[in-house]
Design a protein. Structure first.
Lengths: 395, 353
């Protein structure tokens, strides 16, 4: 079995040195701009967890008081993704806020060269940040694209006074405060930081499971110094995101040679050349994983990645390709490990590739679980209940 | 009267040459070395052979050091770290820690020869996998193996059948901030490629490069023999990623001559790591208040016509503490710094108090 690679030579232990980082620590500039009266910096609420990023700097991850910036694609294609994040928060009794006034970040079209301008992009980001600040909660970004985009927006705002001025004017006209968060935090960072607490409450054994990880491009390739790295995970040569979480759950992480490649989504491709996305996802990712590791499951942490890797496999199957790997998010795996319902919470029926063999390997009776879900659906159909509640989900 | 001692900080090739020059001219050389032996990086990193003449490094260094032994004009202080400095040309007072004990040194002039450190490939994450794969090594790792005449894959102890070098790791890299060429890596890689071919005739050796910078005589001494006599394959192109493929490594990149992506399996990958200022260089620069360039190397102020004078009168710098330097550069600078330091003392003498 191929395990997660890390050099065995004892004299090779890489510890990133923040004093030797090739880039500035943007937070210094952010706080300086606050001192100069340029904006308000929203602090990470205490208690927070500390993780290390690529150049050895400390990043604060809030435990609770989180404002959940949802993902358009998650809500539209794989709703169990977000539900699992909320379910985890509720299991730990954490205070969170699920806003109804969040705006789409518009980055998908921006990255496909299709729309907008820097002022509009930044104003959308700042409007969402302001909403979080006004509610007294700290932004936790579900979407990898929004996360990457907001980091780029923050970078642009720090370095471009003219952009700051224009966006400040827009916010003034909206009657919103001009606020920037101290950290831009992705939900998978929260899952990683919480991984030992999650593992403590694990009820499903996953020690016989092998997974491959696809780290999302917008997580670790945009403003790369803000991604989490850990000497214990790939010797801090790749981001620790997702892999560290899976290891904490006892899952074997298998290495495959195209790990750095895009999932195939590619923004422009998925919009204008979807067949390219399908081919790439199948041939450069799924088939390589299958050949080199043959895992039970693929785990990733972004909407586009889950959907593309999962929902491209039908095309490969039609062409006789080596496909058939279920794809889940880290939040779904973490929730499943803690006993979440595979259909009421994880909503695996929205996934395209057959995940039943995986559930069976975990000893989960998916037929029984499906019938429980169907019974709830019948109640909704009959008008006996309006929708599934959290209590129903755990019933 | 100016103090006639000349303090030399760092006992590598530049420092040894400076000490020899100072002593030969009748001045007192106090050579401070942080380790318990002289020889600098070529000794510490256990160089097998010198570039470009492939002479046995240990033999050559021993010959170089020999005139210092028992020389009444040379005092070598081992295990010693400079911690403070005050005074000016003709009258410096330096404090140092020798085996944990504070000592004071008086000197009229100072020569800094604190050298470089190799770039840590862990800072260029995911691209090279140095901390992920045992069979990815650096030039310095390879040098130790070649010195022991035991060049094998660290992962399984087997002799490699395919080895490649990747050039400019940590050099000529704007994103990292190291825009400079480290000068010696092309020659070092070519020299090691020849040594590997001599040791393992069945092993294919490749060098992936941006440009091969074989200046001066290295072109004829190393570059052409490597290709024509030893059949080393030079491939112009950038390696962008190293991943595992079965029990081998897969080097991904672009062959810019053929203008196409490449994916080539290898048993071992050697990273040609560049130079950065050593910790000692950065510390000593701060202690003496020497101007450093943006990379942290000590800045010399005389341009190409004075390569050793620093921003502080009476303090000179030689070798790779001033920037990437090969052995020829370092030794030449050591000799020049010795001469300039002695001139500084003479001039300090001539100025009435």
């Amino acid at each position: 079995m191929i395990h997660l690679p890390i050099a065995k030579a004892k004299d090779r232990l890489f510890e990133a040195d923040p004093n030797n980082a090739p880039t500035e620590d943007l937070r210094d500039e952010i706080f300086q701009l606050e001192k100069e009266g340029e904006w308000i910096v929203q602090r990470v609420p205490e208690p927070y967890m500390e993780v290390k990023t690529k150049y050895g700097r400390i990043k604060k991850i809030p435990v609770e008081k989180t404002w959940h910036h949802k993902s358009c694609g998650q809500c539209g294609h794989i709703p169990g993704y977000s539900t699992s994040i909320f379910w985890l928060n509720r299991q730990f009794g954490l205070d969170y806020y699920d806003p109804t006034d969040q705006t789409s970040c518009t980055a998908w079209n921006y990255y496909a060269s299709a729309t907008s301008n820097p002022e509009a992009q930044a104003a959308v980001a700042l409007r969402n940040f302001a909403s979080a600040y006004e509610q007294g909660y700290f932004p936790l970004i579900h979407c990898g694209t929004s996360f990457g985009h907001y980091k780029e927006v923050r970078h642009a705002l720090v370095h471009q006074p003219e952009l700051r001025r224009k966006v400040r004017d827009i916010m003034k006209r909206l009657g919103k405060p001009f606020v920037i968060p101290e950290e831009i935090v992705h939900y998978s960072e929260w899952v990683l930081a919480m991984r030992h607490r999650i593992a403590e409450r694990q009820v499903i054994d996953m020690s016989h499971i092998t997974a491959t990880v696809h780290p999302a491009c917008h997580y670790h390739k945009l403003i790369e110094e803000d991604a989490i790295y850990d000497p214990e995970i790939y010797g801090a040569q790749r981001t620790a995101i997702v892999s560290a979480t899976l290891q904490a759950l006892g899952i074997t992480v298998g290495d495959y040679s195209s790990w750095f490649d895009c999932c195939g989504f590619g923004f422009r491709h998925i919009l204008v050349s979807r067949d390219f996305s399908r081919s790439f996802a199948v041939q450069r990712k799924i088939e390589v994983m299958k050949e080199e590791v043959n895992p039970d499951i693929v785990v990733t942490h972004d909407t586009g990645c889950v959907t593309t890797l999962d929902q491209s496999q039908f095309a490969g199957k039609a062409h006789g390709k080596k496909v058939g790997l279920p794809v889940l998010s880290d939040s779904q795996i973490a929730a499943l490990a803690m006993g979440a319902h595979p259909y009421k919470v994880l909503q695996l029926h929205w996934h395209n590739t057959d995940n039943k063999p995986f559930l069976e390997k975990l000893g989960i009776d998916h037929e029984k679980r499906w019938s429980e879900f169907q019974a709830a659906v019948e109640k909704i159909k009959s008008g006996e209940m309006e929708y599934l509640t959290w209590e129903d989900a755990d019933a | 009267m100016a103090n006639q001692n000349i303090l030399i900080i760092g006992g590598g090739p530049a420092g040894i040459e400076a000490a020899k020059g100072v002593a030969a001219m009748g001045f007192k050389a106090i050579l401070v070395e942080k380790r318990d032996r002289l020889g600098g990086t070529p000794d510490e990193a256990q160089y097998a052979a010198l570039t470009p003449d492939l002479r046995d490094a240990e033999t050559a260094l021993n010959e170089m050091k020999a005139p210092l032994d028992g020389n009444p004009n040379v005092e070598v202080m081992y295990n010693t770290l400079v911690t403070e400095a005050s005074g000016s040309v003709g009258d410096f007072t330096i404090k140092a820690l020798q085996m944990g004990k504070e000592v004071e040194i008086k000197a009229g002039a100072v020569i800094v020869s604190t050298g470089f450190t190799h770039f840590d490939p862990g800072r260029e994450t995911q691209k090279y996998g140095y901390y992920e794969f045992d069979d990815v090594i650096t030039l310095t790792d390879a040098e130790k193996m070649l010195k022991a005449h035991n060049f094998v894959r660290p992962s399984n102890g087997e002799k490699p059948k395919r080895v490649c070098f990747i050039q400019c790791v940590g050099s000529r890299d704007r994103r990292l901030g190291n825009e400079y060429c480290s000068k010696v890596c092309c020659g070092m890689a070519s020299k090691q490629a020849i040594e590997i071919r001599q040791l393992l005739p069945d092993c294919k050796v490749f060098i992936f490069y941006i440009d091969m910078r074989m200046y001066g005589y290295w072109e004829n001494e190393i570059y052409w023999p490597a290709q024509e006599k030893h059949k080393v394959n030079y491939v112009k192109g950038m390696a962008t990623e190293i991943v595992r493929s079965g029990d081998r490594l897969l080097v991904k990149g672009e062959d810019t001559t053929l203008r196409r992506p490449m994916e080539i399996p290898m048993d071992m990958v050697i990273l040609s790591v560049g130079m950065e200022p050593s910790e000692g260089t950065k510390q000593v620069a701060q202690i003496f208040g020497l101007k450093q360039n943006k990379y942290g190397f000590i800045e010399t102020l005389g341009g190409p016509l004075d390569t050793v004078s620093t921003s502080v009168p009476g303090v000179f710098a030689a070798g790779a503490c001033t920037g990437p330097a090969d052995l020829e550069d370092s030794v030449s600078m050591g000799g020049l710094a010795a001469m300039k330091a002695m001139i500084a003392l003479r001039q300090a003498e001539a100025v009435p108090a």
